[in-house]
Design a protein around this ligand. Structure first.
Ligand code: SF4
Ligand code: MG
Length: 331
C-alpha cells in the first residue's frame, strides 16, 4: 500500500502547504525473484516515483517495502547501506546520469569503494574487468570518458555501474527510451542475458508497452498513481481487460498492414488529469470510452481477480464479453 505524496507549497516568507501531488496513491505489487516485472503507463503516472520509493531513494509517505523479507522503510541507515548494494538502478539517460568528468574506471570504482568491495586496486580491477565483459564493453573503455561513447555503449556503462556491486534487484527506469530503435533491442537482449546468467530480478519501467513485452514475466499498468491492471505478460497482451490498457495497446502499431487496418483503435478524450486533483470514483472515468453513470464517477474500483488478471474496473467482465459497448469518444 505504497503512497508517495508530495506537498505543494506556496508563500513568500513561510511555506504554506496548499495541497498534495498524489504521485503514488496506494500501490501493491510483488516482483518475483529471478523474474521481470514490467511497469508501464504514461509519463506522470507515478511509475518512476514508485521505482524510486521501492529503492528508498524517495521516502514513501506511507506503506511498506519488503525486500527479501526485510521491511525497508523503517530500516536504520547503517542497515540500509548493506541492502542498497543488493538493489540498484539503471536510468533513462546515461548521458545525464554519468558524470562527464569521470572516466569509466572511476565511475565503476566509486560504488566498489563506497561499499568496501574488493581488497585493493588489483582485486577491484578484476571485478571491473569481469563486469565490462558481462556488458560487452572492451577493457580499454576504462580510461575513456562517457562522451567518447555512443548512446548504446553509454547505457552499457550505466548497466555496468549497477552490476559491479553484484545486486540482486535492478530497477531500470526507461532503460532504452533515449536510444535509437535499432539499439533498443540490443540493450533489452543484454538485460535478458544478464538476468539468465546472474539470476537477477528486474523491475523495468517504461511508457511503451512494446518495450517491456518480450522481457517481462508480469506486466502492471499504472494510471494516475494507481495500478489499474496486472497480469502475466502473454495474458495481458493477448487479452487486455482494463479500458486504459486497451487504449495504450491500441496506440502500438502492428507490423502486419491487414491487422493494422482492422484492429481496435481507442482514442482517449482529453488530457491526463492532474495528480494533485485526481477525479473521484474511477480515476479513468473522465477519459474512459466505457464509463457508466454514475458508478464510475462515484466509486473507486479496487484491483480484483478476473480469470487470472487483476483489474481495477467495475465493468471488466461486461466490456470483455462485449455486453457493454464503448460510447462515442468526445475529443
Ligand atoms: Fe471505465 Fe468505469 Fe471501468 Fe473506470 S470503472 S475503467 S470509468 S468502465
Ligand atoms: Mg518516468
Amino acid at each position: 500500500d505504497i503512497k508517495v505524496h508530495f506537498p505543494i507549497t506556496t508563500g513568500v516568507l513561510f511555506d504554506r502547504v496548499i495541497g498534495h501531488v498524489k504521485a503514488v496513491d496506494g500501490v501493491d505489487l510483488t516482483v518475483p525473484r529471478g523474474q521481470t516485472y514490467g511497469l508501464v503507463g504514461e509519463s506522470g503516472c507515478g511509475k518512476s516515483t514508485l521505482g524510486r520509493a521501492i529503492l528508498q531513494l524517495t521516502k514513501p509517505t506511507s506503506g511498506e517495502v519488503r525486500f527479501d523479507g526485510v521491511e525497508l522503510t523503517r530500516l536504520a541507515p547503517n542497515k540500509m547501506r548493506g541492502m542498497r548494494r543488493r538493489m540498484q538502478m539503471i536510468f533513462q539517460d546515461p548521458m545525464s546520469s554519468l558524470d562527464p568528468r569521470q572516466n569509466v574506471e572511476s565511475i565503476l570504482t566509486e560504488g566498489l569503494a563506497a561499499h568496501r568491495i574488493g581488497a585493493g586496486r588489483t582485486e577491484r580491477r578484476q571485478i571491473i574487468n569481469k563486469t565490462l565483459d558481462a556488458v560487452g564493453l572492451p577493457h580499454w573503455a576504462l580510461s575513456r570518458y562517457p562522451h567518447e561513447f555512443s548512446g548504446g555503449q553509454r547505457q552499457r556503462i550505466g548497466i555496468a555501474r549497477a552490476l559491479v556491486l553484484g545486486p540482486e534487484l535492478i530497477v531500470a527506469d526507461e532503460p532504452v527510451s533515449a536510444l535509437d530503435v535499432s539499439i533498443q533491442a540490443q540493450v533489452i537482449n543484454l538485460l535478458d542475458e544478464l538476468q539468465d546468467e546472474l539470476g537477477l530480478t528486474y523491475l523495468v519501467i517504461a511508457h511503451d508497452l512494446a518495450v517491456v513485452r518480450h522481457i517481462s514475466d508480469v506486466v502492471g499498468v499504472m494510471y494516475l498513481g494507481a495500478l489499474v491492471e496486472e497480469a502475466p505478460s502473454d495474458r495481458l497482451y493477448r487479452e487486455p481487460l482494463h479500458p486504459y490498457t486497451r487504449a495504450l495497446m491500441s496506440a502500438v502499431p502492428v507490423p502486419d498492414p491487414e491487422i493494422e487496418d482492422r484492429r481496435e483503435r481507442i482514442l482517449l478524450a482529453g488530457d491526463l488529469p492532474s495528480p494533485a486533483n485526481p477525479p473521484a470514483g474511477c480515476r479513468f472515468h473522465t477519459r474512459c470510452p466505457w464509463a457508466q453513470p454514475t458508478r464510475c464517477a462515484d466509486e473507486r474500483p479496487v484491483l480484483r481477480d478476473v480469470g487470472g488478471t487483476k483489474v481495477a474496473c467495475h465493468w471488466a467482465e461486461q466490456i470483455a464479453s462485449g455486453a457493454l459497448r464503448a460510447h462515442e469518444v468526445k475529443v
